[in-house]
Structure formats: C-alpha cells, structure tokens
Design a protein around this ligand. Structure first.
Ligand code: ZN
Length: 212
C-alpha cells in the first residue's frame, strides 16, 4: 500500500470515528450570507435561516435526506404543516382512492364533501350502487337521521341564545313610548311553552327518522 493511500485511510477512519465521513453524513457544504463569510457544513435534515448582512431574514433552507437543498419562505416545519392542512382540505376522506378522479374540486364537490366526505362523482356512484343493491332507503334514512341530529344540535344552541335574549328584552309600551320590562312570570311562561313545544318537535322528528 502506498504511503498516500494509507494516509487517506487513516483520515477516513478518523472521520468515521467522529461521525463525519461522507458515507455517514452525506455532507454538503453550504454558504450563509456572502461568499467569504463563515462556511458552514450542513447535514441532511438540517434547517437554517439565510439572512442578509444586516441580519434581515431572506429565506429558510433545509437539506433533505437525499441531499437536496430546499428553499422555504417560512420555517420548513410551518411550511410542512401548512401543506398538510391544504392537502387535507383538498382531499375527500371517503372517496375510494383507486377510482376517484377528482383532483380539482368544484364548489359542488365541496358541498358533497361536507355531506358525504366524497366528491360528487363518487357520491353518485356509491348511491347508484346502493340503489341497485336495494340498500339505498336504509342509507338515505341514516343520512336524514344524522342530518336531523346535527340540525337539532345547532338549534339547541340557538334556542338557548334566544331564551337569554328574551329575558333581557325590554319593550316599548304602545301609548306613551315608555320602556317596560317584561313581567318576569310571563317571560318564564313563554320560555317554558317554547321549550316544551321544541322538545316535542325534536323527539317526534328523531323518533320518526329512527323508527322507519
Ligand atoms: Zn371522489
């Protein structure tokens, strides 16, 4: 073995012991700021900020596992989280992945997504299949029950708000424009009446949808 070769091997062993050999780090040399300034060695997975000579933010960099330098306007972790959210908002969780061709969702697709978690095409295909199998009515029933349950959850909140506002409402009395508070017993009676009728309506609708 030549002397030169031996030296190179020794150097490689030193680097390996220090975890800095190129096979261990895939090290890429990067520059921060202008050339001539500190030269910084980045390892795959490293994230660093590039600033100008006054320290003002220019951009973020990340060295990917494959050794590619990727530029970001915001911190890469934030950019990735934003990307995830955007991807989630544009996907249809219930669409069959192997058949769905909806890549650019229309407003109608978005409407269907809220209702079924699928794009329009996939919803129609699924409903057609259920009809052929004779399972559509059962499905429609379940959907209506789910929708009604959601409707009443929202309505419960609205009714409570309305009741609160009724208790606080003042009315102008007709003749001389004086402000009068509702008679307390009267308000309670109105609210109780409303509550009873709403509860009746709610249980009637839900029972009917569940019982069919
Ligand atoms: Zn789809």
């Amino acid at each position: 073995m030549s002397k030169k070769r031996t030296l190179r091997n020794v150097e490689a062993v030193h680097q390996m012991l220090a975890g800095e050999h190129k096979t261990q780090t895939k090290t890429t040399i990067g520059f921060t700021g202008k050339e001539g300034q500190t030269q910084i060695t980045h390892k795959p997975g490293d994230i660093w900020e590039e600033t100008d000579s006054t320290g003002k933010h220019i951009c973020w960099w990340e060295l990917s596992e494959s050794g590619t330098k990727i530029k970001y306007n915001v911190h890469p972790d934030v950019a990735k989280a934003m990307h995830e959210v955007r991807r989630y908002l544009n996907t249809f969780p219930n669409c069959p992945k192997e058949v769905c061709t909806c890549t650019v969702p229309s407003n109608l697709d978005k409407k269907f997504k809220r209702a079924t978690g699928m794009c329009e095409d996939c919803t129609v295909t699924m409903e057609t299949r259920l009809k052929i199998r004779g399972e559509f009515n059962e499905y429609a029933q379940r959907r209506m029950f789910e929708n009604a349950t959601k409707f009443f959850q929202d309505a419960d909140v609205e009714i409570e708000k309305f009741k609160e506002s009724l208790k606080k409402t003042e009315f102008l009395s007709g003749e001389n424009g004086e402000i009068e508070k509702w008679d307390f017993d009267n308000v309670e009676e109105v609210i109780k009446n409303m509550d009873d009728r709403y509860a009746d309506y709610r249980s009637n609708v839900l029972e009917k949808l569940q019982g069919q």
